[in-house]
Design a protein around this ligand. Structure first.
Ligand code: ZN
Length: 302
């Protein structure tokens, strides 16, 4: 299971089965759901524990099962299951089941799975083991919006975690690199500068604001887009435009780093507009209300 997990992790970061660098985002975050800031990758080790947890629950709820009767006769012998400890002579599999019982004991109480009526599912046990944060991240609807191109999502997800390798991060990692923004050369390059304060980003948001008939303030802040009162389609297209622009800014920055060449912001925004148009036309086939239709027409999306 460790090997399978390592293969998944390596493939994510390198596209290969080996990866020797420090990952940009830690495994504990990757395995959380998208709503909680992760990628929803299943942790097979935790899932295995949760699956064994089902046997623990069977024993606790005294299910009518031949194996349960056998275990009760051979091992438990009428003792309380929750207090029961295996002996050194017990089989390895049995000791493993008892270890899972001890690991998950608090979960059976918190999840109300203990007792006759408490229904346990492996998915419930897995969520408890995962220690899902109480709060969802506010930006998951933007990162995983259905109008985004898949290649945009990943860069936007890294941006939200402040995990793109900007010059300030490389500096903190001890790499002796210059810190000035590759695009403008005026300020040190960090996430906020690159995606919000740099003249290039500002210019992109201004052009997108004209294109989408939306204010720059709304477009340049994820929180403002989510709060903005408009139809779902308009909001989702605006969110997709922002994610597309973020992806474009990161590509432009990398191009500038490698080739000392800055594309014009209008070219970037025109590309995003074209991509959004393709997404809108592939998802809607005439079933759009009048206001959305007019807005899409004036934004050049249909
Ligand atoms: Zn800059």
């Amino acid at each position: 299971m460790e090997r399978i997990q390592a293969l998944c992790r390596n493939f994510l970061w390198e596209g290969e089965d080996t990866y020797s660098k420090a990952p940009l985002v830690v495994w504990n975050v990757l395995r959380q759901s998208k709503e909680h800031g992760g990628l929803g990758i299943i942790d097979s080790k935790l899932w295995n524990i949760a699956a064994i947890g089902k046997l623990v629950w069977w024993l606790a709820s005294k299910q009518d099962h031949l194996w349960i009767k056998w275990v009760n006769n051979i091992y438990i012998k009428g003792a309380s299951w929750w207090q029961y400890e295996p002996t050194n002579y017990s089989s390895r599999a049995w000791r493993k089941i008892c270890a899972v019982k001890n690991t998950m004991q608090a979960g059976y109480v918190q999840g109300k799975w203990r007792g006759i009526d408490g229904a346990y599912t492996i998915a419930d046990g897995y969520k408890w083991l995962l220690q899902v944060p109480a709060e969802k991240v506010t930006w998951y609807k933007i990162v995983w919006n259905r109008y985004n191109l898949p290649k945009w999502n990943f860069i936007m997800w890294l941006r939200q975690h402040h995990r793109l390798l900007t010059l300030d991060r490389l500096g903190k990692m001890g790499m002796g690199v210059p810190s000035l923004c590759f695009i403008c050369g005026l300020d040190s390059e960090d996430h906020d500068h690159l995606f919000i304060h740099c003249w290039f980003a500002k210019q992109c948001y201004h052009l997108a604001a004209d294109w989408l008939q939306m204010s720059v303030d709304v477009l340049s802040s994820c929180g403002n887009i989510l709060k903005y009162r408009c139809s779902m389609l308009i909001r989702q297209v605006c969110m997709a435009a922002v994610v597309g622009i973020s992806y474009g800014i990161w590509r432009c920055r990398n191009l500038c780093r490698l080739e000392r060449y800055v594309i014009h912001p209008s070219k970037l925004v025109a590309q995003v507009q074209q991509d959004c148009k393709r997404r809108v036309s592939s998802m809607f086939s005439g079933c759009m209300n009048r206001i959305d239709k007019e807005w899409c027409r004036s934004a050049g999306l249909i």
